[in-house]
Design a protein around this ligand. Structure first.
Ligand code: HSE
Length: 429
């Protein structure tokens, strides 16, 4: 008996999903048991490839989520609505869900998983983070017995491509973004990618799974890459760093809270994430007793993302075929319903890089040092790089400091007579 599934959406990932299911030779035998019964689209006028049997395509998405024959609803619409409402209706009708939609899960995951657990259905989302890279299921299953300490990811391909090009070409952000848009690597509206929102959605999902507590997406501090320029990339290079947009989730060793944040970061060149370039993604997980593991691969794209979607479908089919239990598999369902406490950004400890433009007068470095010292900010290095527009350019790298203390020191420094401006402040891994 075939397992009937319904797809919501037949865009890039939807057609990639159909291509795998409709061409099962040489792939897992479970694919032969999956039937694409319905595909919901906005209009029936466009030519579609792969072509579907007559009657499969429909514009009635509500009918898919209430079709008694459909066991799994595969949501590939993206965005918040109607995706959220359709997922909730499908769950209420007893359907399992497979989704690639990080935004809807990061923002409405609590509501969706509460409903799914009540209805006894799975919501699987391997494709939502890291495209084709298997990371959700490994975190739940293969690494689940570890005490996870950190999850650090380069989980947005667009920004990684832009930063890689800026580093290799010595070019500024706006020029590289325009080129990336022309080549189709960046969206016409690049906001979600370049301002870090997409990465924040993804780290919210990874942190919830890795640390077993829901994450309030709106509480994740998030900075994008618009302010990154060729000057800082070049100074970072001189100091032994590359600049990457990192999504970080860390357990605080001295209490139960977590730090979850997204920001451009100076990464030491010998760190495993420093060499992840172009549109590739990588997720570094550290746990006890395991140590470090890194997942690397294509973080987006039709085939890669569809591979993750279809593997989730096959997982559910396999369970439905073999399990006699009415209970959900605890290694695949969501097992927590509390929210993790997130550390406010001011209390986070990290290293900083700051670039100052100042009058070239005696004692200026001493004044900077005194102001940092007044706020318990210890400096790792101070370099007078050179001159820009008749101003001396000084770059400072701190030791690990509390962000709140660092910001207070900067307020004091801004008021020093010799300081003209502070063009860049970045965090250092
Ligand atoms: N826009 C995302 C990226 C891909 O650039 O990585 C889909 O998650």
């Amino acid at each position: 008996m075939a397992f009937k599934i319904g797809l919501l959406g037949y865009g890039t990932v939807g057609t990639g999903t159909a291509e795998i299911i409709l061409d099962p030779a040489g792939r897992n035998h479970l694919l032969q048991e999956i039937e694409i019964a319905k595909v919901g689209v906005r209009s029936l006028d466009k030519p579609r490839s792969p072509e579907l049997a007559a009657g499969v395509l429909t514009t009635d998405l509500e009918a898919i989520v209430s079709d008694p024959e459909i066991k799994i609803v595969v949501e590939l619409l993206g965005g918040l609505e109607p995706a959220r409402s359709l997922i909730l209706k499908a769950i209420a009708n007893g359907k399992h869900i497979v989704t690639a939609n990080k935004a809807v899960i990061a923002r409405h995951g609590a509501e969706i998983y509460t409903a799914a657990n009540k209805a006894g259905v799975y919501v699987l989302l391997e494709a939502a983070v890291g495209g084709g890279i298997p990371v959700i299921k490994p975190l739940k299953q293969s690494l689940g017995v570890n005490r996870i300490q950190t999850v650090i990811g380069i989980i947005n391909g667009t920004t990684n491509y832009i930063l890689t090009q800026m580093t290799q070409e010595g070019a500024d952000f706006a020029a590289v973004l325009a080129e990336a848009q022309k080549l189709g690597y960046a969206e016409a509206d690049p906001t979600a990618d370049v301002d870090g929102y997409d990465a924040a959605d993804k780290i919210a999902i990874l942190a919830a799974i890795a640390f077993g507590g829901r994450i309030k997406r709106e509480d994740i501090p998030c900075e994008g890459i618009r302010q990154i320029n060729a000057t800082d990339i070049s100074y970072a290079d001189d100091l032994g760093f590359v600049i990457k947009l990192l999504a970080i989730a860390k357990a605080n060793p001295d209490n139960d809270s977590l730090q979850v944040r997204v920001h451009p970061t100076l990464v030491p060149k010998d760190h495993p994430l420093a060499s992840i370039n172009d549109v590739y993604n990588a997720i570094l997980v550290e746990g006890e007793p395991l140590g470090r593991v890194m997942f690397f691969g294509p973080g987006a794209g039709k085939g890669a993302t569809a591979s993750a979607v279809v593997s989730d479908i096959a997982n559910i089919v396999s369970i439905l075929q073999t399990s006699t239990s009415q209970k959900l598999d605890p290694l695949l369902r969501c097992t927590h319903d509390h929210f993790s406490e997130l550390t406010p950004i001011a209390n986070i400890e990290t290293r900083f890089y700051a670039r100052f433009l100042c009058q070239d007068v005696s004692g200026v470095i001493g004044h900077l040092g005194t102001s940092f010292g007044n706020h318990n900010v210890s400096l790792e290095s101070v370099v007078q790089i050179g001159f820009r527009n008749n101003l001396a350019e000084i770059v400072v790298v701190t030791h690990d400091v509390q962000e709140g203390n660092f910001r207070q020191a900067l307020e004091e420094i801004k008021n020093l007579e010799a300081i003209d401006s502070i063009p860049s402040i970045l965090r250092v891994l």
